[in-house]
Every structure is written in C-alpha cells, then in structure tokens.
Design a protein around this ligand. Structure first.
Ligand code: FMN
Ligand code: SF4
Length: 431
C-alpha cells in the first residue's frame, strides 16, 4: 500500500513547539504563499481539493469557507474556532496532530484568518489533554516570537492571535453550537439552528469552525495546490485521512491512509488483522454514533462517496474492530450507557430515548426480552433520529439499528433466552 504522508510527515521528526524545526521541515510555506494570493483563489484551491470536514459531518470545507467569505465584514468580527474536543469514543487522531505537529494546525488557522480578516482564534481543546494544551500554548508563543502569529504577521500589518480554551469533559461540547456556548462560559448545550455558526457563532458573530485535522490539511493544499491534494485521494474525496484503529486488532494506532484505501487493507495489512487468531464479527465505524457492519462490507473504500453507497459514514475516522467473542447486546449496552451519560437532557427524545433503549437491552441480556421489545427499539430509534434537537440524539441509535439489521438472528436468539456467544451477561444471570 502506498505510504502517503501529508499530515503525519513531521510526526516524531521535529520538536513540536519549535518554529525552527517546523520551518526546516517545510512548515509555513503555505502561509507565506497565502499572503501573496487573493483570498478567493485560496478558497478555489480548497474547493478543487475536495476537502471534507474531518470532524464527523463531512461538510465540504471549500463551500463552508466560500459561504463564510461572502458574509460582509460590516456584520462584525469574524472568529476562527478549532474544534479540538475529540470526545468521540475510539477517536484519538487530533491528539497526534496537536502533540506532534501543533504548528501545522496553527498555520491552517492563520491562513483562514488571513482569508476572512479574522483577528481572534480559539482552539477548544479536550479537558483530558492538559499536556497537549501546554504544547499548544508553547507553540503559539513560539509562532508569535517568530512573527508568524500575533501582531504584524510577516510584515503585512495584519494581526491575528489564538487562545487555547479547555473543555470540561462533556461529549456534547463537540457539537459546534454547544462548543461556542462553552467558550462563552455558558453551560455547553446546543443552540437552535438557524442561525448557523457562520452567521452567528461565537458571541453571535460570524464564525468559521473546523476540526483540527481539517485545518491541518490547509497549509499543504495552499502550498501544493488543490489538484495535487485531490490526486492523492479518490475522485470524490481528496487527500489522506488519519484513521484511528482500535479494538481486537493486532496493531492499534493512528494510520494516515490515502482516500481509496479499503477498510480491509487498514484492518488486515496495517493493523495486522484480528488479534489472537479470532474471526471478525463486526466493525464499528466513525465513533459510537457510527454504523456497525460485518465482514461482507470490509472491502469498501475509505471514500465519502463509496461509504455512502453502502449506507456507511466515515465520521471521525474511528475504526473499532470487534471479534467473534463479543455479544451484540452486551456491546450495545456499553454504547448506550455512554449516550445516557452524555445526553445533555435538553430534549425529551434523546434524554428519555437513550435510557429506554438501554433498559430494553438490559431486559434482552437477562433473557426477559420479547419480540415486541425489538419492535419498540426500532420505533424509538426512528423517533430519536427524526425529533432529537441535535446530532447526539439523532445519531445515538445508529449502532443499535445497524446491528439489528446485520445480526437479527442474534437478537431473536436473545428473545428465545439463548445467546450464541455463550459468555455474555445472560449466562451470568442464569448461572
Ligand atoms: C455530539 C457531537 C459531538 C461532536 N464532537 C466533535 C468533536 O469532538 N470534534 C469535531 O471536530 N467535531 C465534532 N462534532 C462535529 C461538529 O459539530 C462540527 O460538525 C465539526 O467540528 C465541523 O468541523 P469540520 O467541518 O472541519 O468537520 C460533533 C458533533 C456532535 C453532534
Ligand atoms: S439531542 Fe441530546 S444532547 Fe442534543 S440537545 Fe437533545 S438532549 Fe441534548
């Protein structure tokens, strides 16, 4: 498999907060070029690159930036915000960028600030990453001392500064409107949309908000051009993706792969296959709110278009591998416990729905579940998808519905009081 490194190229090769090391390894070439270009031309390159947001929703970044650029400066200050909350279970790639090459993120945000005329930026960083927050602050200081951030950047007379804000461990604060509420010092709960972040985000001012990995792609695109970025991936998904491989696989970790790599190549070639000689049962893709699918879909390419054709989505890039020892009901109980804990409680479908689904799963795992219960789970899931206030509640039932689709027999067996895995909580309850 081709070893293409756009994002991880400098990992472990430079001192993360050293501008000298960063410059020596090709850093800041993007910003230096950007200040000689028209903002419209930079946005055009990003559109050509087919860069989709890496935070989960996969919104095209070029379109987002074009829409934000169209908002006149008279509407007020524009803020650059980076979503570094990384709360999605099984996701640990933004951590690598911030710990190993934070100046790449800072450069990406600075190029954005130049386009939008923004003066202030914020990196909202997961509270569980205190050492990374220190690295970020140190990198920001180094960039300022070297003239790449702060006042009169590269002698252009333009000022832009970045602050690091710590999250406090709430998954919902990764949702973009809850995130800006949290930066403002309020309880992190989602806002009604519209207005959208681009029009009324932080302090109700126009705001550009992107994920760490999305910003990190920008310097390379500006330096090398959108065509080149696109040529590395597939026709519909430019560049590379940092994939987080975890679970029952031999070599877990973060892998940078070009779009077009298959999930099988990731799991078997890079990850070394299923650990302890077991068989694959399913893969949980994109984080806890992503789809679960069996081996028959493992040859799907990592490409937004191909995944969509198979009703899958890449989400944050988490690939959790689950082997044949796992009971699907037990697995889902753990997932739904997470959503019960993390639901912010603002709306009824999510606050109640997650809890009710968990209760039914508990019944099933204790051998008390009925066929009616399975129908109720499907109907609750549909209601949550259609009526929850934010993405958390809308997508929380996805692992439940996809496992019900692919492992219907195993759920039926639970209704009959039998669990094929032979080791889950049903056996413990029954002795
Ligand atoms: C419950 C929830 C949690 C989220 N958590 C994150 C997160 O930790 N990091 C992230 O970048 N995006 C997260 N998102 C997606 C953001 O709302 C937003 O779409 C993204 O940060 C936009 O950046 P992008 O276009 O670069 O992907 C989350 C969304 C929801 C609904
Ligand atoms: S869907 Fe869940 S997390 Fe989102 S607002 Fe409703 S209760 Fe809160």
């Amino acid at each position: 498999m081709e070893n293409t490194k756009i994002l991880s190229y400098r990992f472990d090769r430079i001192k993360p907060d050293s501008v000298e090391d960063y410059l020596a390894a090709g850093g800041y070439a993007g910003l230096k070029k950007a200040i000689t270009m028209n903002p419209e031309d930079i946005i055009e390159e990003i559109k050509t690159a087919q860069l989709f947001g890496r935070g989960g929703a996969a919104y095209p970044t070029g379109i987002k930036w074009e829409q934000a650029y169209a908002i006149p400066l008279e509407k007020g200050l524009k803020y650059m915000v980076c979503n570094a909350d990384e709360g999605e279970p099984g996701t640990f790639k933004d951590r690598d960028i911030m710990a190993k090459d934070p100046l790449m993120l800072i450069e990406g945000m600075t190029i954005g600030a130049f386009i939008f005329g923004a003066k202030e930026g914020f990196i909202y960083c997961r509270g569980e990453y205190p050492a990374i927050q220190r690295t970020l602050r140190s990198a920001i200081e180094s960039a300022k001392k070297a003239g790449f951030l702060g006042e009169n950047i590269l002698g252009t007379g333009w000022n832009f500064d970045i602050q690091v804000v710590s999250g406090a461990g709430a998954y919902v604060c990764g949702e973009n409107t809850a995130l800006v509420e949290s930066i403002e010092g309020k309880t992190g709960r989602p806002r009604r949309k519209p207005p959208y972040i681009k029009n009324a985000g932080l302090n109700m001012m126009p705001t550009v908000l992107n994920n760490v990995e999305t910003y990190a792609c920008i310097p390379w695109i500006v330096r090398e051009g959108g065509e080149r970025f696109l040529s590395i991936g597939t026709e519909y998904s430019g560049g590379t993706k940092l994939m987080c491989l975890s679970g029952n696989v031999v070599r877990r970790g973060v892998y940078e792969v070009p779009f077009g790599t298959t999930l099988r190549e990731l799991v078997e070639d890079l990850g070394g296959g299923i650990a302890e000689g077991r068989k694959l049962k399913f893969v949980h893709l994109g984080g806890s709110s992503g789809s679960c699918f069996p081996e028959s879909l493992l040859d799907t390419k990592i490409c937004y278009h191909d995944l969509k054709k198979n009703s899958l989505s890449l989400g944050s890039g988490a690939v959790l591998v689950v082997d044949d020892r796992q009971c699907v009901v037990d697995y889902l109980k753990a997932v739904m416990e997470f959503f019960v804990e993390e639901s912010c409680g603002k709306c009824t479908p999510c606050r109640e729905g997650n809890q009710r689904i968990l209760e039914i799963l508990e019944k099933l795992s204790e051998g008390r579940g009925t066929t009616e219960d399975l129908k109720r789970v499907k109907s609750l899931s549909q209601t949550m998808k259609n009526t929850s206030f934010c993405g958390l509640g809308q997508s929380a039932p996805v692992p439940v519905t996809t496992l019900l689709k692919h492992f219907a027999d195993e759920f039926e067996a639970h209704v009959q009081g039998k669990c094929p895995c032979g080791k889950c909580s049903m056996q413990r309850v029954r002795g």
